[in-house]
Design a binder for this molecule. Structure first.
Ligand code: HEC
Ligand code: HEC
Length: 493
């Protein structure tokens, strides 16, 4: 195997020459003689056997290389608009958009937590604290249920190819719809939303558990509970009204949108478009070591990450789903992720507790889509755990190993790793599915991946490669947090 070859060579002190040789070979298919010259120039003698091994490993790298996606370019992303992004940033962090004025988008997609929340399942409105310090709140306003799916990160979603959002793709670009988007709101969705991210931003504000609050708590929560999203007095109208009553916002909207003359011109569409613009522009993250490698700097990644890359695009079979520039086929697959938390109200035959999550089937109604979830992009994956649609895995190695034999992993899944703020009313529900052999068998029978055999060493390399997908800019994003928001509401969670 080529991986072993590369290992042995680097141990014999030839790693620099090999890296040079590999790097160049990957760029330009340099003739073997050049590589040999470089290996020789490192000052060590080599026997003809190892020269052949090196050439073999270069061939393997070349094979992996030919499967690599093209690098991302500016043309892959929505154009940026600084003023709109600036307005969107304020709205993204402003709790004014939640019924009880206690939750913002950033509560679950925070720059200090990799644009997610560091939890397996979010604690929505009513909770207190950020990320792993968040609790389920106190008194009558406390959290009544967990949000059933993991809060995904928001990196690179401004690339045109992300046309389907949410783990099940229920918000999607669809030119056949009057609004241009297929969403749970159907024809209630207003016209004028300018990107899938903008269309997506219409929904967290309508969710009782996430932002709107419960019926009886506030008028937004009442409208949300009654399913009244559009029209006068609906969730969207009420929230736009709140924003337009704040003079600082009115001035900002007037400067960003030519069609906003007076406060009452501000609509939820302006709000959603600004939020989408912020997410899209500020959280582009395509400058990882891997991106630099794809753009031609073949020395950007460590030798271990390069080996991991060849496992990813070779023996690991990862790229059959994690394909393309952003390492997702933008499609849906069943990989038997353990099911934890309150579920999406679905029931397998014989059950009525609603704790299952059928994934894509919930959108298409097609049983063939049962337990399928969208293939996530892997950019920045090292900083966006816990992983999986319900955050079942809290280590990268855990979620990678899960893929190698999902049915076996379901049986040995350790529920202790779930990151769920404890609550006496919610805890008893969390692992009912994961602990139920019948439900595990149903998940296992839907799995689309045949078991893959990788050595521990190969898995180590894979992890190394996944780390090389982190854009350094994304590691410290404190500057993405505004100092204050126009409503004057606190930024702290
Ligand atoms: C209480 C936590 C919470 C809040 C608050 C919240 N989100 Fe989310 N967000 C989630 C969860 C959970 C999902 C995934 C839900 C699903 O797939 O069913 C999600 C999904 C998303 C996605 C789709 C990501 C993808 O890869 O498909 C985007 C974008 C997003 N949220 C942006 C926002 C914006 C904008 C706001 C504010 C208007 C917001 N979120 C408020 C928890 C939250
Ligand atoms: C059959 C398609 C398929 C193959 C092959 C595949 N994956 Fe995945 N992967 C998925 C899907 C789908 C998910 C999300 C599943 C869920 O959330 O329930 C996922 C999730 C992940 C995650 C978690 C990402 C996150 O944001 O939560 C990682 C990491 C990952 N895959 C890495 C790999 C690696 C490494 C390989 C190769 C060993 C691989 N995948 C092979 C489809 C696939």
């Amino acid at each position: 195997m080529s991986y072993k070859t590369v290992d042995r060579v680097s141990r014999s002190g030839l790693s620099l020459g090999l890296r040079l040789g590999l790097g160049m070979a990957l760029v330009s298919l340099v003739p073997v003689t050049t590589v040999q010259a470089q290996v020789r120039s490192s000052g060590k003698k080599m026997n003809p056997g190892s020269a052949i091994q090196i050439v073999e490993s270069i061939k393997t790298m070349n094979r992996a290389d030919s499967l690599l996606p093209p690098p991302a370019t500016d043309d892959d992303f929505f154009p940026r608009d600084a003023a709109k992004e600036g307005l969107g940033r304020l709205l993204f962090f402003d709790k004014i958009l939640s019924g009880n004025m206690n939750t913002s988008c950033a509560t679950c997609h925070h720059p200090l937590a990799g644009t997610s929340d560091g939890l397996s399942l979010p604690v929505g409105e009513g909770g207190l604290g950020l990320s792993t310090t968040r609790d389920t709140g106190h008194g009558p306003d406390r959290v009544h249920e967990r949000v059933p799916r993991n809060a995904p990160h928001v990196f690179n979603l401004g690339a045109f190819e992300f046309t389907q959002l949410f783990h099940d793709g229920r918000v999607a670009l669809d030119p056949s719809q009057p609004s241009g988007f297929a969403t749970p709101a159907g024809n209630d969705l207003p016209l004028g939303l300018d990107s899938p991210l903008a269309a997506q931003a219409m929904f967290p504000i309508t969710s009782g558990a996430e932002m709107a609050g419960q019926s009886g708590e506030n008028s937004v929560g009442d409208a949300a509970a009654a399913g009244q999203l559009a029209g006068p007095g609906g969730v969207w109208d009420q929230l736009a009204g709140r924003v337009s009553s704040i003079p600082e916002y009115v001035t900002l909207f007037q400067s960003v949108y030519p069609d906003v003359q007076v406060a009452s011109d501000i609509t939820i569409v302006h709000i959603a478009n600004a939020i989408g613009s912020f997410e899209s522009g500020v959280w582009r993250a395509d400058n990882s070591l891997f991106d630099q490698y794809l753009r031609g700097d073949r020395m950007a990644m460590s030798p271990k990450a390069i080996k991991g890359m060849s496992v990813f695009y070779g023996a690991g079979g990862c790229a059959s789903c994690h394909s393309g520039t952003f390492q997702t086929d933008q499609s849906f697959h069943a990989i038997g992720m353990p099911q934890i938390g309150p579920g999406k109200g679905n029931n397998l035959p014989g059950y009525s507790d609603g704790l299952d999550d059928f994934g894509r089937e919930g959108v298409t109604g097609d049983m063939a889509d049962r337990f399928r979830f969208r293939t996530p992009t892997l950019r920045n994956v090292a900083i966006t755990g816990p992983w999986g649609h319900d955050g079942a895995y809290s280590t990268l190695r855990g979620v990678v190993e899960h893929h190698l034999n999902p049915a076996a992993a379901l049986e040995t899944y350790d529920t202790a790793q779930a990151v769920l703020p404890s609550d006496p009313a919610l805890d008893p529900i969390d692992f009912i599915c994961a602990n139920d052999p019948v439900r595990r068998a149903a998940l296992a029978s839907a799995v689309e991946i045949a078991p893959v055999n990788l050595t521990n060493g190969q898995i180590d390399f894979l992890i190394e490669f996944l780390y090389a997908l982190t854009d350094r800019k994304s590691i410290d994003m404190r500057l993405d947090v505004p100092e204050s928001v126009p409503s004057g509401l606190p930024l702290a969670e």
